[in-house]
Design a protein around this ligand. Sequence first.
Ligand code: ME8
Length: 664
Amino acid sequence: MSESFYITTPIYYVNDVPHSGHAYTTIAADVLARWHRLHGHDVFFLTGLDEHGQKVQRAAAQAGIDPQQHCDRLMPHFRNLWEKLTIAHDGFIRTTDTRHHAVVRQLLHTLYDRQLIYRADYTGWYCTFDERFWTEKDVEQGNCPDCGRPVEQLSESNYFFRMSRFQQRLLDHIADNPTFIRPESRRNEVLGFLQKPLEDLSISRPKSRLSWGIDLPFDRDYVAYVWFDALVNYLSGLEYLPPRPSVDRFWPATVHLVGKDILTTHAVYWSTILMALEIPLPHTIFAHGWWTVNSEKMSKSRGNVIDPYTMVKQFGADAFRYFLLREIPFGQDGNFSLESFIGRINSDLANGLGNLVSRTVTLIERFCAGTVPCPDPAACAEQETELQAAATSLLQIAMPHHLRSDRIAYNRALEAIWSVVQLGNQYIDKTAPWVLAKAPAHEKRLSTVLFHAAETLRFLCLAIAPFMPNTAQAMSRQLGFQYDFSRALLKNPVAWGDGPTATTVVKGPSLFPRIAIPPQHGASMEQSASPRTMPSTPSSPEPDSNTSSVSHSTQESDCITIKDFQKVRLKVAKIIAAERIPKSEKLLRLRVDLGTEQRQIVAGIGKTYSPDTVLGKTVVVVTNLKPAKLMGVESQGMVLAAGDTDVISLVALAGDVAPGTTVK
Ligand code: ME8
């Protein structure tokens, strides 16, 4: 039997239609599932819906319908979205399914029989929105520490799971299994949480307060706490969903992908429940970061929700999949901006991959009568060796490294793929097949070059297939390979030149038409997304005579001139004072010495640096930025720092340079 790979997403609440955050986790899971299928692994990918609990009951009441009717009404919004995003899940679970109820009841019974569930009176602070109790010390000025909404004091008789008994075992498990909670920062968070004594977990809600749930098997006046019910889906889904994948075959799960918001419920609640049931724990719980819009949480009330349906309709499923996984490291938070999205479509997709496919196919059509030619080993040069090494290492080294379920780095994987895209475009520019075609003496060299360009695309198409299945399919069609990506195409190593030979290319429509940047970007997606527009100039296989030789495109709107760059005045500065700005986690007030003057700068580096660690540092400052007020404090410049989203490091100088020196 081949290696098994069981991946799950959270099951999403059906209190509302899905948004891009839900799409993010599901796309991420789909990529790993597809990658493992391509390698011939035995894959089960489970997603679904969390249909019980207060949130759903409340949403149904607001809609004036019965909760089940509400769930049935919302379910297609999720299923259709997954179809539009080409999500190839193997199972879709709904917690209102009576077969799921049976498993939840059976597990509750087991815990009850083992005396790991008891009844007690409890008084605590209850957050209706999060459906959980908080202790006095957790509550922040009368508000829930999680969602910030007011909490209310509630006294209630409930059933409790003896979670506290498992605290030490859980700590030991985390210590013994370094890849159990990923990434490392989240693992530390859980360890921090476990420094405090773990309390027992209320696993029931009285029906008098909440009736929408699964009846407790030992007391019909109560329903199960929605999180107990929901977490069990990871097991129940294996038991009864077609094609009955079975617990024996797939448990323990390889990876539960979750957002950082629900790390505790998975790493602590779920782990201790499994321990109590004597069921092995999943190999990895990977908690990814949070997408914000204009640095704010996405929410309907703020009107900044990014509607995934709109994104797919306007930019295509693959572009959306690409952007979400390329833009921010999985695990870190990131800000969604339509401007960055369109920027990536134009630079990485239209000018990068789309251009490489289009020019290769055009050149083969024009100079080889549409048939991918055979190479002549005698006509190979160093350029071919370099291209071949880069493309083959993609499948053999880069992807296996970046897509391991305990260190998932989609952005790095895509970066590696796009470095080959860039190399491919440079290769065509440098070898200039249109020049070779002019002299019959270069015929073998021309064939060799076009073969290598096509072979690079074959490797690229296998590498991107998990990320962009539609694009991979279209590429394979245009190059005449006709691959079926649901098959285990990477089960055996793929070697350079071992693909279908002498295939006939078929030019298709442009894979990624360039998008015009809307004048009013960055606001709500519905308002600002522009319709797709065709490229202003058709993609050309040859470089424009007015552009430099490495340019593979005549579309250079993302570039700035040296004059533009010189408008930014950069100077070396020394930090001579630093302090935190009250009530801000991120901002430091700095005093910097610029040789001839001193300035006050407010820098968003406070999460990475404390004031004492930056004191005396030599940094680079933008000195001609218009002054702006941040949290009421004027900033007279900007300090340069590196980091895709969060600040990782200040920009330092390689040698000793006096304050005030120009940086250029
Ligand atoms: O918590 N950025 O469901 P839910 C990134 N039913 N990911 C986001 C996101 C954002 N802004 N917003 C949502 C629940 N997500 C429970 C789960 S599992 C047994 C029960 C994603 O509908 C992310 O995966 O609130 C997050 O953990 C999940 O949606 C929460 O979905």
